[in-house]
Design a protein around this ligand. Structure first.
Ligand code: LIP
Length: 262
């Protein structure tokens, strides 16, 4: 049975978020697996990914799944891209800036995406050609925030040199804008969709952190840029998503890349 993929993903993200919250609330707390100095997973990350894989296999057995914890299983051209818990550090410390990220990649583009932030009770969903929504309300980038100071969400990890990050902040400030960092790409994307931010950028980001957000910002009529898909499925690339109100944002966040693209 092939249900509507977007509706399926929304229901699945909600179920996944509930499981993550329940596991965090259990007596004894979470178990941790250290993957690298700045990178760890909890037993909830693994359990949520297992749940998502199981439900996809039941409903869309022909589809592949590329997940943060277990990699790619099955085909890539018709594949779900899943971050079971994006922002694991925030999640495990009890902060609310984390999300479940589920996207569908049709072999050419990120066709649909869902981000659910359970502690904020925010559900974003979108599909190319059908627009994007946050808690059922259509995303409308034409609605201009009266604040003249543009707000840019930027991600940073130890996968990039520190000076790259501080230089970026300096350029954002020099351009008369302000910035935020949340430690979870899903929150950056959710912020662009919700109107909190005008743009989100991260120079070194994995595909499972970004696929759903990119699909939704594009579906809502925003602008997305990222490294080539071939490179993206192999490892992290740069990612930019914005509402179209800062035409030179690419040059501001990454002058080197913008020049290379000219
Ligand atoms: C996180 C991203 C964040 C990045 C972190 C990490 P995770 O994802 O959402 O933007 O800066 O290094 O990759 O590992 O919590 O799923």
């Amino acid at each position: 049975m092939n249900a509507d993929r977007l509706g399926f993903a929304v229901a699945l993200a909600r179920k996944a978020g509930q499981l993550a919250q329940e596991m965090r609330a259990q007596a004894g707390g979470l178990d941790y697996t250290i993957k690298a100095p700045e990178d760890y997973a909890t037993n909830a990350d693994y359990a949520v990914e297992a749940l998502i894989r199981e439900r996809i296999a039941q409903t869309y057995p022909e589809d592949g799944v590329l997940g943060e914890e277990e990699g790619l299983k099955g085909r890539l051209d018709g594949c779900w891209i899943v971050d079971p818990i994006d922002g694991t550090t925030n999640f495990s410390r009890g902060m609310d800036d984390w999300g479940i990220s589920i996207a569908y990649f049709n072999g050419t583009e990120f066709e649909l995406g869902v981000i659910f932030a359970p502690d904020k009770d925010l559900m974003a969903s979108g599909q190319i050609g059908r627009g994007a929504f946050v808690n059922g309300l259509p995303v409308d980038f034409a609605r201009v925030h009266p604040d003249q100071v543009r707000l840019v969400s930027i991600g940073y990890s130890d996968r990039a040199p520190m000076h790259e990050y501080t230089d970026r902040i300096a350029r954002i400030r020099e351009a008369g804008m302000d910035h935020r960092r949340h430690g979870a790409a899903t929150i950056g994307f959710l912020g662009v969709l919700s109107g909190w931010f005008d743009a989100y950028y991260e120079s070194v980001l994995n595909i499972w952190d970004a696929a759903a957000g990119l699909a939704m910002v594009k579906a809502a009529g925003g602008v997305i840029q990222h490294g080539p898909i071939d490179a993206f499925v192999q490892g992290p690339v740069h990612v930019l998503a914005h509402n179209g109100r800062i035409p030179d944002i690419g040059q501001i966040v990454s002058p080197v890349r913008a020049q290379a693209a000219e």
